[in-house]
Design a protein around this ligand. Sequence first.
Ligand SMILES: Cc1cc2nc3c(=O)[nH]c(=O)nc-3n(C[C@H](O)[C@H](O)[C@H](O)COP(=O)(O)OP(=O)(O)OC[C@H]3O[C@@H](n4cnc5c(N)ncnc54)[C@H](O)[C@@H]3O)c2cc1C
Length: 324
Amino acid sequence: MSILAVLEHNGQAFHRMSWETLAAAQQLAKETNTTASAALVRSGGQSFAAELARKQLEKVYLVDHELLNDYTPDGYSLALRQLIDQTKPALVLFPHTYQVRDFLPKLATSLGKVAVSDVVSHRIDDGQLVLVRQLFQGKVNVDVRFAGEPPNLASLQAGAYRADQMAEGTAQIEVVKPQLSPADIRTKPLELFRESQRAVDLGSAELIVSVGRGIKEPENIALVQKLADALGAELAASRPICDAGWLPMERQVGSSGQTVAPKMYLAVGISGAIQHLVGMKGSRTVVAINKDANAPIFEIADYGIVGDLFQVVPELIDAIQKLK
Ligand SMILES: Cc1cc2nc3c(=O)[nH]c(=O)nc-3n(C[C@H](O)[C@H](O)[C@H](O)COP(=O)(O)OP(=O)(O)OC[C@H]3O[C@@H](n4cnc5c(N)ncnc54)[C@H](O)[C@@H]3O)c2cc1C
């Protein structure tokens, strides 16, 4: 009755959410007194499997077939179905990536199961696993329990689990050769869509000042930029700011943006919607400036200033410059 984490790799590196999924599998295995294993679907992925073999896992399954050279929903769901049939895990965890969203419903249907998608947390109630996911754009949290026989399938929201809590160790690698024929693959992959080059790497920034809709007008962003400059911090933003084109997309933090974990995250005029929080809740210290004392950002902030940012930010800049 073990836990299997199915990981994603683009041929050069593991998707960052793969590590979060691996950490979640290890955590759940510990809490339910079982073992965690990992699977990688990739033709010729020995070196990547070797990287996984240095984690605390029971086994690393390398699902290897030449028809898995390129991602296809047919190939991946057929290969994973065979792996699940063979290894019989109780729970299979996936990162909630675009690729997983593409093939997981097909895989679940082929197993006669439903998949619980976009899980944000879990707990164990009377020895039973309860998964938490969100409805209505994060306004409501719902508890989900699996009914019926395993295997059960779930995908995990970006940032819901912490990759830095992943345990190192050693694991055995088992190469699994699925039965696939060219007739099984009905789609023809074209050239891969590539993300544009990122000029900023918020993921490695130590200090971040992040701006939200409280800033009101694009020309006011200069004020927050000044605060970031005074602190030597990178400037980031919530989604509405990037959607409006006030800052480039690469500066967006959250479930559909970057995940960051700086020493300090200073949120200016950001309400703290769950989609924003999942991208920054790994920050060591969170400071929030918001005029609404009930803004959800204060629930996770270590330090909060309830006030008008147009008053507070200039005073902060002054104070920092004086200190310098
Ligand atoms: C599928 C999906 C994915 C999403 N992905 C992301 C994502 O990656 N990142 C993200 O950020 N969001 C994301 N969102 C959007 C998210 O749900 C919120 O709508 C968004 O985070 C809100 O941004 P905000 O806090 O800047 O704006 P608001 O929620 O409008 O908050 C503005 C805040 O500013 C405060 N304020 C106003 N005036 C002042 C002032 N003068 N001084 C001080 N405070 C002031 C207000 O009190 C308020 O709390 C996503 C949504 C969906 C459905």
